[in-house]
Design a protein around this ligand. Structure first.
Ligand SMILES: Nc1nc2c(ncn2[C@@H]2O[C@H](COP(=O)(O)OP(=O)(O)O)[C@@H](O)[C@H]2O)c(=O)[nH]1
Ligand SMILES: [Mg+2]
Length: 310
């Protein structure tokens, strides 16, 4: 059993993030009704056949004091921390860093191995080009790099208004716990070279990415378009009990693409393979045969997944 902890001050957005991850569709209503978390909320989930315990540490000061007073009781055995900072709340940056520092001190002293993902959360879409918040986040990142001598630290910007930012962050964090997982992305970039690939990606049934390879310079709006398609397809595949779906669509600029989503079954575990390529408008036959060719790569992929499942 692996242990994952969501830590940070109260109101940072920890419970919202967990809710978004576990629901993925239509979580807005649940998030709007969230109450402050009392003490520690726990749930479990499975990834690659391995059981994970997910701990949501209520961030009120009284709880924080309690955790820090008995860290061996609360923090011991954690494999991965998602440390959530409310990026919009400049006034509490210092308080948040102080808390992180104390948490990390425990792991440093006990020499327990822990991975740390730091989330600059509430980085909402309308703030992406905001100079002030970008400057503040950058300063904070610079201050935080001093921990990288002792810990594997990774930074992410997230917002619940972009579910992809959350799922990508969660997937990256989890994949740090699986050494071999990067082989999936490596295989995909190899395969991509042979076709006019826009995206090859492998998800589990909860939407956690095992690996992906995008066409270089794919714009954010294009990525989001693809992600929206993927979410809808996954919903339909489940609702209609299908294992395969072919589709064709276009980006805002008119560029057309074709894709296929296929369910790969391993015992009780389902994985989703998404393959999207540029459409060759002069020769649609060619596009169709390309989609066939992904079949050729499947044995390799299945072999890889088998190695990853615990
Ligand atoms: N603007 C914005 N608000 C958010 C975001 N995520 C969470 N919130 C809000 O932040 C508040 C605190 O969220 P909650 O998940 O309870 O924080 P927690 O105390 O860390 O668990 C709630 O009002 C949420 O609706 C986000 O990405 N952007
Ligand atoms: Mg909470």
């Amino acid at each position: 059993m692996k242990k994952i902890a969501f830590l940070g001050l109260d109101n940072a957005g920890k419970t919202s993030i967990i809710t978004a991850i576990s629901q993925r569709f239509g979580f807005e209503e649940t998030v709007a009704k969230l109450m402050p978390t009392r003490r520690i909320a726990r749930d479990t989930f499975k990834f690659l056949g391995l059981e994970f315990s997910r701990l949501d540490f209520g961030g009120q000061r009284i709880y924080r004091n309690d955790y820090l007073k008995h860290p061996e009781k609360f923090l011991s055995g954690i494999d991965l921390i998602f440390y959530v900072i409310d990026a919009q709340d400049f006034d509490r940056y210092i308080e948040s860093i102080d808390y992180l520092e104390e948490v990390l001190l425990f792991f440093k002293e006990t020499q327990e191995d822990v991975m740390v993902s730091i989330l600059f959360h509430k980085f909402d879409p309308q703030l992406v080009d905001n100079v002030e918040i970008n400057k503040r986040i950058l300063t904070l990142k610079q201050a935080l790099t001093r921990y990288s001598n002792h810990f594997d630290i990774f930074f992410f910007e997230t917002t619940i208004f972009d579910i992809k930012s959350i799922m990508d962050t969660f997937s990256s964090g989890l994949s740090m716990l699986f050494e071999k997982i990067e082989m999936v992305s490596n295989l995909f970039s190899e395969i991509s070279k042979n076709y006019n690939t826009i995206l090859i990606s492998l998800f589990d049934s909860k939407g956690i990415t095992l690996g992906e390879s995008y066409r270089p310079h794919l714009q954010l709006t294009q990525k989001l378009k693809i992600y929206e398609i993927y979410l809808n397809l996954q919903k339909r595949i489940i609702a209609e009990n299908r294992t395969l779906f072919e589709f064709s669509d276009k980006f805002e600029d008119g560029e057309r693409f074709s894709g296929i989503i296929e369910v790969l079954k391993f015992g009780k575990l389902d994985f989703y393979l998404l393959f999207i390529i540029e459409e060759d408008e002069t020769d649609l036959e060619k596009t169709v045969s390309l989609l066939d060719k992904i079949e050729a790569a499947k044995p390799q992929m299945e072999n890889l997944i088998l190695q990853l499942i615990q």
